[in-house]
Ligand binder design. Structure first.
Ligand SMILES: Cc1cc2nc3c(=O)[nH]c(=O)nc-3n(C[C@H](O)[C@H](O)[C@H](O)COP(=O)(O)OP(=O)(O)OC[C@H]3O[C@@H](n4cnc5c(N)ncnc54)[C@H](O)[C@@H]3O)c2cc1C
Length: 400
């Protein structure tokens, strides 16, 4: 296993490269990234960077010296364009061919767009540093930002924009923001949090058109004919895995790169981070999670499995994510989507306190909290990891 190529130079890809070196791998590691900058962190894009509290340099995942010390063949600003799985060669857009013994796919996802909006001034998506800087430039007091999609990215930007004195309208196509992902009660809590800060939330709002005049956005048209005027529109309607370069390899479909419990997509090929849909034996299901911590942890797991093929270990984490909106920090462990029940154990929107437990069949599979300390949540994480039956998990003395 001499030559390892990691495609995608961000949280997941860097985690693999570092873990390989830490474990003593002395062979070549080629790290390929299509962005023209050193690896940086994305969660602050909608928070500290957008609010102006942090400068772009604070987003660097490592210093240049630390990255240099890894002794990588660093190929930035050039995307991988093709994979020849049989010959074990990755081709880059500049026609360089990189033969490998092992390949790690860590190309993440990109923001979905609305058709017909490319090049329209004032229409934004948020995935990269340039996206965030372009949006930040436009968020000034008194301007009106309309956000299409009340998922976590949309909700975080709403909170940050409010803090900048921007008037915010949040459009949600369903009956309740985030209800599918986290359940109705938690959706109601989020709605109330945003309304307390003056965000105008429209539910059941189906967007039919982004209206623009002379190449500049003017508003958003809804299915009932309403025109919501806007100075800027953020389209935050989810993501698409970056897998086009894998065309013909059979490794990817519309939901990313399919991997087994070891995160292997094929012999000597592994997936990491947002792009990877792997079988998580803890939950007995395949999942693709777009969480920062998962990208880093999966990178460590893949490096270990790459270097010890005879002693590979399944990757069976309890996924974790956090979100910051206004002064409220949300944290979640486990698998909240597709739950059978979301049981509210504590909710006080005035105090910004929330605790919801999630059941799938007869098991505790997740927990979501706001305004709780990590210490409160740790026992919940342990119960999810232990596959605790629902009734036993809830009757535990630390469950309240
Ligand atoms: C605005 C925002 C806020 C977020 N906030 C949170 C949060 O609060 N909490 C949380 O848990 N998570 C959050 N996330 C999610 C978190 O940032 C991701 O889970 C994490 O970045 C995933 O890392 P990754 O390395 O798998 O993918 P990415 O970070 O997407 O990196 C993939 C890299 O591969 C590059 N690439 C794509 N195609 C190619 C190609 N063909 N060749 C070479 N390179 C390619 C991409 O340009 C990118 O640089 C947030 C994300 C965003 C966008």
């Amino acid at each position: 296993m001499h030559r390892i190529i990691v495609v995608g130079a961000s949280a997941g890809g860097l985690s693999v490269a570092e873990a390989l070196r830490r474990a003593g791998h002395e062979g070549t590691i080629t790290l390929v990234g299509d962005e023209p900058r050193m690896p940086y962190d994305r969660p602050p894009l909608s928070k500290q960077l957008l609010s102006g509290k942090w400068t772009p340099s604070r987003l660097a995942l490592r210093s240049e010296a630390d990255i240099r010390a890894l002794g990588l063949e660093l190929r930035l600003a050039v995307p991988a364009s093709a994979l020849d799985l049989a010959r074990q060669v990755v081709t880059l857009a500049d026609d360089t061919r990189v033969p490998y013994d092992a390949l790690v796919i860590a190309t993440g996802v990109r923001a979905r767009r609305l058709p017909g909006t490319d090049g329209v001034t004032g229409v934004h998506t948020l995935r990269s540093l340039p996206d965030a800087l372009a949006l930040r430039d436009r968020l000034r007091p008194g301007r009106h930002l309309v956000i299409v999609g009340a998922g976590f990215v949309g909700a975080e930007v709403a909170a940050t924009a409010c803090g900048l004195g921007v008037r915010v309208t949040l459009l949600e196509s369903g009956p309740m923001p985030l209800a599918l992902a986290v359940g109705e009660e938690a959706g109601r809590f989020l709605t109330s949090l945003h309304q307390q800060h003056g965000v105008d939330i429209h539910t059941d709002a189906a967007v039919t058109e982004i209206v623009h005049a002379g190449g500049t956005v003017a508003g958003v048209r809804l299915a009932d004919g309403t025109l919501v005027p806007a100075d800027d529109v953020l389209v935050a309607i989810g993501s698409t895995p970056n897998t086009e370069w894998l065309a013909g390899s059979g490794l990817a479909d519309r939901d990313g790169v399919g991997c087994d419990e070891y995160c292997a997509a094929a012999d000597g090929v592994y997936g990491v981070g947002d792009v990877a849909r792997w079988y998580n034996p803890l939950f007995g299901t395949a999942m693709r999670v777009e969480h920062r911590t998962n990208a880093a942890e999966q990178g460590l797991a893949v490096a270990r499995n790459l270097l010890t093929p005879g002693a590979r270990r399944p990757f069976a984490p309890v996924p974790y994510f956090w979100s910051e909106q206004y002064d409220t920090r949300f944290q979640a462990y486990g698998c909240l989507r597709d739950h059978d029940e979301a049981l509210v154990l504590d909710a006080a929107s005035a105090d910004r306190r929330l605790l919801v437990a999630y059941r799938k069949d007869d098991r505790l599979v997740g927990v979501l909290a706001a305004g709780k300390t990590p210490k409160t949540l740790r026992p919940w994480r342990a119960r999810i990891a232990a596959r605790a039956p629902w009734t036993a998990a809830l009757s535990h003395p630390t469950a309240a």
